[in-house]
Design a binder for this molecule. Structure first.
Ligand code: DSN
Length: 418
């Protein structure tokens, strides 16, 4: 595969150019099944690499603390308008630098230190910012964790309601980093209403699926919705917040000056492009393919005797329990990385193993689907994974699998590089 040389950079700084070139080659020659990653297209890449990065634009469109913000105002207003249309939201803030920053701003806007919050436990699939004790969300607030049912491995809404009635949280957080089933945001909304809590939905993983209308939207039920932009939404690294009109002043003040200074205007430009791309009919087709590929991957694993958590997937990811084959998630991650297949180790619900060497791996299909992989490729990838995991230390098998990985990658170039 031909990877365009960054010639000007190469002349100025050969060390950085070499590393960037290596990263492009690594991406081109490996199969990325990390559920939170994707490959951006050329238009997002160009906007993100633009001179907008030079501009300081603290404040909001029409209310800046610097001169020369005419284009910054226009690009940010465009991004806001597009994301509001995409999700039918009353208000949007596109300045958060990431999904975690978006969540921090939501907490700052909605809570006082010491308030009780209730989010999905990280060990069951929740995110760091949903109340993990090592994170601000678990340090500054009294965090109660909810999880999945031991039998079904799906969210146990009756138990969530019981916990909410018992702890009376000020805020309930819905959303996950490694949960493969539909999340019933309407039910979360009813639970929050019943106990007098506010509802924050973190859509980071599934924002693209929601935008395509293939997962129910939380917007009608949540006071605040947050997200990152680089996962299923296939944008640049970044975040955004949607909220009801009445909360707009508090959310905007929490982002700036509450927790950020100048917005990353090049990232906002790239977000605007991503939001436009997500409005196109091809994006819906892309998300349909993401889901079909994830279902295929999960059922192929099941067909090969591996256990898929929650019995399958409704979204872009699957969580696979490797304990039946006696391999830890960390060993699997390493064995697969060595042959060019990227997954991440992941705890499974009620995992008897420690977080650093958990029982599972998480696989996701946003990146490979962007490259054009279909269900036939997913079947082949699943069988390569199963083969590698059955012979993790076997160099001969490793070489065979690696050659097949390269051959598949060669047929499906990365959009940002062609
Ligand atoms: N760390 C991301 C993930 O992999 O799911 C979430 O922020």
């Amino acid at each position: 595969m031909k990877i365009e040389a960054m010639s000007f950079l190469a002349q100025r700084d050969s060390e950085v150019a070499r590393i960037l070139h290596s990263e492009a080659e690594r991406q081109a020659n490996s199969i990325d099944l990390i559920a939170s990653e994707n490959h951006i297209g050329r238009a997002v890449l160009e906007a993100g690499a633009s001179l907008m990065t030079d501009k300081y634009a603290e404040g909001y469109p029409g209310r800046r603390y610097y001169s020369g913000c005419v284009n910054a105002d226009e690009i940010e207003s465009l991004a806001i308008d597009r994301i509001k249309r995409l999700f039918r939201a009353e208000h949007a803030n596109v300045q958060p630098h990431s999904g975690s920053q978006a969540n921090l701003a939501a907490y700052l806007a909605l809570l006082e230190h010491g308030d009780t919050v209730m989010g999905m436990s990280r060990s069951h699939g929740g995110h760091l910012t949903h109340g993990a004790e090592v994170n601000f969300s678990g340090k500054w607030y009294k965090a109660i964790g909810y999880g999945v049912d031991r039998e079904t491995e799906m969210l146990d809404y009756d138990d969530i309601e019981r916990l909410a009635a018992q702890h009376r949280p000020r805020l309930i957080i819905a959303g996950a980093s490694s949960y493969s089933r539909i999340i019933d945001f309407e039910r979360f909304g009813r639970i929050a209403d019943k106990v007098g809590a506010m509802l924050l939905v973190d859509t980071a993983h599934i924002a693209g699926i929601i935008a395509a209308g293939l997962h129910p939207s939380p917007v009608p039920y949540a006071q605040v919705v947050t997200s990152s932009t680089q996962k299923t939404l296939r944008g640049p690294r970044g975040g955004f917040i949607l909220c009801r009109e009445g909360l707009a002043p508090a959310i905007d003040a929490a982002v700036f000056p509450g927790m950020q200074g100048g917005p990353l205007m090049h990232a906002i430009a790239a977000k605007a492009v991503c939001f436009l791309e997500a409005m196109q009919p091809e994006f819906v087709e892309y998300q349909r393919a993401v889901l079909a590929n994830a279902r295929t991957l999960a059922s192929e694993f099941q067909g090969h005797g591996l256990r898929v958590i929650a019995g399958g997937t409704d979204n872009h990811l699957a969580l696979v329990d490797l304990s039946p084959i006696g391999l830890s998630g960390r060993d699997a991650e390493r064995a697969l990385e060595a042959v060019g297949i990227m997954v991440n180790r992941n705890s499974i619900p009620f995992d008897p193993r420690p977080a650093l060497t958990p029982s599972g791996i998480r696989v996701g299909t946003p990146a490979v689907t962007t490259r054009g992989f279909g269900t036939a490729e997913m079947k082949r990838v699943a069988s390569l994974i199963v083969k590698m995991l059955a012979h993790p230390g076997d160099l001969h098998v490793g070489r065979q699998v690696q050659m097949e990985v390269k051959e598949i990658c060669h047929r499906f170039p990365i959009p940002g590089l062609v």
